[in-house]
Design a protein around this ligand. Structure first.
Ligand SMILES: *Cc1c(COP(=O)(O)O)cnc(C)c1O
Length: 486
């Protein structure tokens, strides 16, 4: 199994090299050169596997035995998923009106990113240990990515994590999930600006190839293929749990509709790959009023709005759903030249009209919808009233679809729950609902916190560079490195 770029300029990379990279050198995104198919008989033979076993089966299709032998892979995944608060790391909940919800938020930071991030961090540690080297993870975050990266990396060997968050623009729970880690490989910075502002110095640091090489500087956002890979298992698990595949025979498989709250489009990309692998999924990408993905599916209008709108579902307040490039590539029949033209135009002008053939393909694979803040609250309230079951505002975007597009009696549908409502207490209260805060959230208030203030300074880039160099220097002489508390 080798990897190539969606823009056609890179071929033959190994999983290891892709794992340690962000964008491909030609500006594209990494994808497997070949998408394996799963035979109906294979799917049936997996139908009673646990979530954890499914993650393992899926990963072993894309990570060759020579890179990580299967028993090592099993051990890595098992330790990645060991600290989740429900037995199989995820949970399927069945509610009234044929509404099934796949809860993916039982990791430490209470959002679905923990699942793929935990596994990815262990994969990194595995190779770093084997190669006796180190890496520094640098992420800017508008909410869930930073805390999940910290929770996944803290305490691992060979890795440091540097996170920059927009001061005052994330929830208290999100902030404290980042600042209350005291491990010496965790370095948290608050910057007085928006997450777009923070993006500027980070891009400059990543563009400094000397710095990147010297310190093994890397990102852990969903540009990273490994995050998408682990997420394939969400769709496989949902399918095997809900489709009654066991009761069927032959090549004809029942289908399942999966409704996905969508931001950077990593999760929905995993769904599209699973569909290409042979699982009959009907995929629905649901967004809030930041609706570029919805417009693209509806009319081929892949163009950015003037600015990001702040909504009640902040983790999907996204203007550039960068993983769409992977979906375009898949659906174009891996046409690197076409994707390169399209995406370079999009990067230049922030707008693109998807070619008609490709758009037709997109509509045949995805449907979509866009939900306002009122719609989010309406879905949260209705779900509570019918089931005494509280959903987070992102999950509500998917549940809204369920209430507005009723499922036919013979059809099966699954809504993906991407975060716990406990992370979004303010929205829950606005919707007129109440919430029992879980212990994991209540203890955050009493914990000691530390982070460095980057302020409004012009030179965030210099400050971060200095810090990265200091981490590198301390690691070289084998000393622990403490970010001086502020
Ligand atoms: C990151 C995130 C999403 C969006 O996931 P993508 O894979 O980027 O589309 C949705 N909901 C929550 C709670 C998230 O943290």
């Amino acid at each position: 199994m080798r990897y190539c770029s969606t823009r056609g300029g890179v071929h033959g990379w190994t999983f290891r090299d892709v794992l340690f990279s962000g964008y491909a050198p030609d500006g594209g995104m990494f994808m497997p050169e070949m998408i394996p198919s799963l035979a109906p008989a294979t799917l049936r033979s997996w139908s009673s596997l646990s979530y954890q076993q499914l993650v393992c089966e899926v990963c072993s299709l894309f990570i060759p035995e020579q890179l990580i032998p299967k028993h090592d892979l099993e051990a890595l995944i098992s330790s990645s998923l060991s600290r989740f608060s429900v037995p199989d790391a995820v949970r399927m909940v069945r509610l009234k009106g044929s509404l099934s919800i796949l809860e993916l938020f039982h990791g430490e930071t209470l959002a679905f990113k923990d699942l793929a991030m935990m596994c990815t961090a262990r994969f990194l540690e595995y190779f770093l240990h084997k190669e006796n080297t180190r890496a520094i993870i640098l992420v800017g975050t508008s909410g869930d990515t930073g805390s999940s990266a910290i929770s996944s990396v803290c305490g691992l060997n060979g890795l440091d994590v540097v996170v920059v968050f927009p001061s005052g623009r994330i929830t208290t729970v999100q902030e404290r999930q980042m600042t209350t880690h005291m491990e010496d490989n965790v370095h948290v910075f608050a910057a007085d600006g928006s997450s777009d502002d923070i993006d500027v110095p980070l891009r400059k640091l990543f563009a400094d190839l000397d710095l990147v090489k010297r310190y093994g500087l890397m990102s852990l956002n969903s540009v990273n293929w490994s995050r998408i890979l682990v997420q394939l298992a969400h769709f496989l698990y949902a399918y095997l749990q809900l489709s009654d595949i066991k009761k069927t025979e032959g090549d004809c498989l029942p289908d399942l509709e999966v409704v996905v709250p969508t931001g950077g489009a990593g999760n929905i990309t995993a769904g599209c790959i699973m569909k290409q692998m042979g699982i009959p999924l009907r995929l629905v990408a649901m967004v809030n009023s930041n609706d570029i993905v919805h417009r693209t599916v509806q009319s081929g209008d892949f163009s950015m709005a003037g600015s990001v709108q702040q909504t009640m579902a902040p983790a999907i307040d996204i203007q550039d759903p960068y993983n769409m490039e992977r979906i375009f590539w898949l659906l174009s029949g891996k046409d690197g030249a076409l994707i390169k033209d399209m995406m370079e135009q999009f990067q230049r002008t922030h707008r693109l009209s998807v070619p008609e053939t490709l758009h037709r393909k997109l509509c045949s694979v995805l449907s979509s919808g866009s939900v306002t803040d009122e719609g989010i609250m309406e879905a949260m309230v209705r779900c509570w009233e019918e089931n005494q079951y509280l959903v987070c505002p992102h999950t509500a975007v998917a549940v809204w679809y369920h209430y507005h597009c009723p499922v036919l009696p013979e059809q099966k549908r699954c809504c993906i729950a991407t975060a716990s409502p406990a992370k979004f207490q303010g929205v829950v209260e606005k919707a007129g609902l109440t919430l029992d805060l879980p212990e994991a959230v209540r203890v955050l208030e009493t914990k000691e916190a530390r982070c460095k203030d980057l302020g409004r300074r012009e030179n965030w880039e210099a400050a971060l560079r200095e810090h990265i160099e200091a981490i590198g220097a301390a690691r070289q002489c084998g000393e622990p490195f403490y970010a001086s508390a502020n």
